[in-house]
Design a protein around this ligand. Structure first.
Ligand SMILES: [Mg+2]
Length: 130
């Protein structure tokens, strides 16, 4: 199995750096998008990633709108989509899932379990395919 590619959609430079560090250290290949439009463009222009990590508070299109568009497009609807968000009030998880996210990781994420959570989402996606 080749290296898994992860598209990280995150506008905050510090968070982007932190997530890239953790994922690259674990052997993943990370592609970054700074906002929703860049994320949608990346999906059109590049080989599809194995997983998309999506911040919900983005400057242009918000993450919920991005999630809906990714799940409506044939190129990206099968890609596991995981919200990475500080929106952690009751109901926020359901709101993310109903916009099309397959999973949800709360910010600030727990460094000790973050990579394992990502592995779990990739594994579930793989099992669904077989
Ligand atoms: Mg943000």
């Amino acid at each position: 199995m080749g290296t898994n590619r992860i598209l990280l959609v995150e506008d905050d430079a510090d968070n982007q750096e932190m997530v890239c560090f953790l994922l690259e250290r674990a052997g993943y290949n990370v592609i970054t998008a700074n906002n929703g439009r860049e994320a949608l463009a990346a999906i059109q222009q590049q080989q599809p990633p194995d997983l998309i990590l999506l911040d919900l508070s983005l400057p242009d299109l918000d993450g919920w709108a991005v999630a809906r568009q990714l799940k409506a497009a044939p190129e990206s609807q099968h890609i596991p989509l995981v919200a990475l968000t500080a929106h952690t009030l009751p109901g926020d998880r359901r709101k993310a899932l109903s916009a099309g996210c397959d999973g949800y990781i709360a910010k600030p994420m727990k460094v000790a379990t973050f990579v394992e959570d990502i592995r779990k989402y990739l594994r579930v996606a793989l099992e669904d395919k077989t």
